[in-house]
Design a protein around this ligand. Structure first.
Ligand code: AMP
Ligand code: MG
Length: 336
């Protein structure tokens, strides 16, 4: 059942407590309706990917009630502060280096050393974020491949029964996604055009580059180019056996003979596996290298539901290649 909540103080308090319990709540912002989950919980964020049926784990934007709250989690440089001053609350998302103490979970950042942060405009959204008092990860509240919803009715039509609640604050005023700017490199890059125009941003930032320039125009530093976490040990996919030089990323009953094992889900639950994937890769990579192992052998997971995103992530880990950020599977990013 999906609860439909009107935007009054009691409903906002109800929506906040659902989020704090790890539930999914769609809420209106000035851009589009977001599908919110507690950004500090891998399990809560795994629900987002399951409800959207997303075939890959792309990093999500974390939403905050104030710039101060956002900057508790990221290293804000002087430019970020000026942009926050000019455009927050509003449709601008900034990618910044993660602070070491940040509690935002791996699944919300797709394991990246950066975090996408935004303070949305809109009384209800801000009241909700204030009441939660924690970052809320929220991609658009549509099934993967469908257009972003700009009112509660759109959300209801596509997500009814798949999410815990919708906080209805009426139609979105901008109706376009937020502009995404990457401030984690030497120069600012525009990752996604959106509600704040390039001209307005350039008035504050000077020239903003296009992500195509990541690879060609910058002195390359492999750590910066690989936008998605890739383990140091090579990954072998669809392992059905394991040898003594390998660490095992298991799913379901483990394989005989494995020394170092991390089981994504002993009971074969894909949501549990998704919520443990990044932690598992990191653990096997670190501990495996410490023990002198050569490879991470990854067992196959079923190619359905979240299994598709898990396999996509493992395939990328198995053949790491430089990628610009901002790959999105949602339709709005292709038409907007
Ligand atoms: P959505 O969640 O659908 O609004 O999309 C968020 C956009 O921000 C996507 O294009 C993501 O790929 C991008 N994004 C979020 N976090 C990061 C990050 N840490 N680095 C690069 N891009 C990011
Ligand atoms: Mg989207």
């Amino acid at each position: 059942m999906t609860e439909i909540l009107k935007a009054d103080p009691d409903s906002i308090a109800r929506a906040a407590s659902l989020l704090l319990e790890g539930k999914l709540v769609a809420f209106g912002t000035e851009t589009v309706y977001g599908l919110g989950a507690l950004a500090t919980s891998n399990a809560a964020v795994a629900h987002i990917f399951a409800a959207k049926n997303r075939p890959r784990f792309n990093p999500l934007i974390s939403h905050f009630a104030s710039a101060k709250a956002a900057f508790d989690h990221v290293e804000a440089n002087e430019l970020a502060s000026r942009l926050a001053e000019a455009f927050w609350p509003g449709p601008l998302t900034m990618i910044l280096p993660r602070k070491s103490g940040s509690t935002i979970c791996d699944l919300a950042t797709a394991g990246l050393p950066t975090i996408a942060v935004r303070v949305p405009r809109g009384k209800t959204a801000l009241a909700l974020l204030q009441a939660v008092g924690q970052p809320v990860a929220a991609p658009s509240a549509n099934p993967s491949g469908r257009v972003s919803p700009s009112d509660a009715f759109h959300v209801l039509r596509n997500m009814h029964g798949r999410i815990d609640a919708i906080l209805d604050s009426g139609p979105c005023s901008v109706g376009l996604e937020s502009t995404v700017i990457d401030l984690s490199r030497e120069v600012p890059f525009l990752l996604r055009p959106g509600g704040i125009t390039l001209e307005k941003l350039e008035a504050i930032c000077g020239t903003i580059r296009n992500p195509d320039d990541y690879a060609t125009k910058l002195p390359s530093s492999p750590g910066m180019l690989a936008s998605h976490y890739a383990p140091g040990l090579p990954v072998r996919l669809s392992a059905e056996s394991v040898d003594e030089h390998e660490a095992l990323l298991a799913f379901g009953p483990t394989l005989p003979g494995a020394g170092l094992v991390y089981n994504l889900s002993e009971r074969g639950d894909l949501e549990e596996a998704a919520s443990r994937l990044f932690a598992g890769l990191r653990f096997l990579d670190g501990e495996g290298q410490r023990r002198g192992l050569k490879t991470i052998a990854a067992m196959a997971v079923p190619r359905q539901g979240l299994g598709l995103a898990i396999m996509d992530r493992l395939r990328r880990a198995a053949s790491p290649r430089p990628m610009a950020g901002g790959d999105d599977d949602d339709l709005e990013s292709m038409i907007g």
